[in-house]
Design a binder for this molecule. Structure first.
Ligand code: KG4
Ligand code: ZN
Length: 367
């Protein structure tokens, strides 16, 4: 089965062709046209601007995906089995462009069209490749700019949300915190990069001692208490449910910055603790859910799954439970169409009747 995937739910115009053969899913092409450079100056995605860019990009991106997969446009109807497209959730003006383009192609090529939930797409990024090795049930931590969810996956048509974000999603919190510190957009990668620049308290002491030894040869070394330390809250880490809330964390950071005249020199430390606060909460709740639901595997999905600390720290925690740990290849973490096509493949196995006249955009589409 060969499927063309199309994704335009936010600020990436993406198309990909995936093939399923002998129990494996391979990516024949994967094209992503990112609008990051355009939205950077506003510090966030401007829906109207995103939609205009999608209109300009969608056909060239699909064309490139077909060429990349070795499919001639005039033969596309014979080479492809279906078109999978993100129908929601997302920005309505962005979604509509992907969906209407897909409907047009479906009409012209006489191919079935498969509506895919964007969150489901993120989860199915994990099924690209040798998907048969994945053990279910799984608890899936889905973390993106718009969502922070814990999902219990018992089967391909059996996804149950067990925890959701009450306010800001993890990615959104990263983006807002980076904006507060003025370190760039998108905030997740900017904060992750800054956090690597921190040095430990012990290293700070040793550095200071070295400097003092060299220059004065007689001063007392500073104590750890004299050095800068920060500890932001870990919101809802001990709550009895699986919900998340990150808007208070961002406000806590704002208050810390306002109190500190010298915060600009300590951006790495603030970034490090902000990132660690989010990772602590995500890992703790995911592990708690994995134990309660007695799953066989733990899966990570969504744009924030690109965060190295989260990938590593969750891996260590899952390792202690002796469960399978599944995480997406880096290129399939942030928005792309390969994940949409992958979800489409599994949906097409369940049903063949997808009619272009019935596909509707739903910006609040639930799982
Ligand atoms: O899944 P995605 O591409 O779009 C949505 O569906 O929302 O996720 C984008 C989010 C942004 O908030 C971005 O800051 C975050 O993913 N992100 C990261 C990293 N790379 C992207 N967050 C933390 N660390 C990263 N390395
Ligand atoms: Zn996404």
């Amino acid at each position: 089965m060969k499927i063309l995937g199309i994704e335009t739910s936010c600020d990436e115009t993406a198309a990909a062709v995936l093939e399923e053969k002998n129990g494996k899913i391979s990516v024949l092409s994967n094209i992503v046209s990112s609008q990051i450079e355009i939205h950077k100056k506003y510090g966030g995605v401007v829906p109207e601007v995103a939609a205009r860019e999608h209109i300009l990009n969608i056909l060239p991106v699909i064309n490139e995906a077909l060429i990349g997969a070795g499919i001639e446009r005039k033969n596309a109807n014979k080479k492809l089995d279906a078109i999978a497209v993100t129908a929601g959730p997302g920005l309505i003006t962005s979604l509509v462009i992907g969906v209407e383009t897909s409907k047009t192609l479906s009409y012209v090529w006489q191919l079935p069209i498969i509506p895919v939930n964007h969150i489901e797409g993120h989860i199915y990024a994990n099924f690209i490749g040798d998907y048969k090795k994945i053990k279910l049930p799984a608890v899936v931590l889905t973390v993106s700019g718009g969502h922070t969810m814990l999902i219990l996956m018992k089967g391909h048509d059996n996804l149950k949300t067990i925890g959701d974000t009450r306010d800001d999603a993890a990615g959104e919190a990263f983006d807002k915190a980076a904006k507060l510190m003025n370190i760039g957009y998108p905030g997740g990668p900017a904060i992750a990069k800054m956090a690597t620049k921190t040095i430990s308290a012990t290293d700070q002491i040793n550095e200071t001692i070295k400097t003092i030894d060299n220059r004065l040869k007689k001063a007392q070394p500073p104590t750890e208490e004299n050095l800068f330390q920060i500890h932001l809250p870990r919101p809802m880490i001990n709550s009895s449910d699986y919900d998340f809330s990150f808007s208070g964390l961002k406000t806590a950071l704002l208050y810390e910055l306002q109190k500190d005249n010298n915060w600009k020199s300590k951006i790495p430390q603030y970034s490090q603790d902000f990132q660690q606060a989010i990772v602590d909460v995500l890992v703790s709740k995911t592990i708690k859910a994995a134990k309660q639901y007695k799953v066989k595997s733990v899966m990570l999905a969504g744009g924030v799954a690109a965060n190295t600390e989260l990938r590593e720290q969750l891996k260590n925690a899952v390792g202690k439970l002796n469960l399978q740990y599944i995480l997406p290849d880096m290129q399939f973490t942030t928005d792309n169409a390969a994940m949409i096509a992958s979800a489409g493949i599994f949906k097409a196995k369940r049903s063949k009747s997808f009619d272009w006249k019935k596909i509707k955009v739903d910006c609040n589409l639930k799982l």
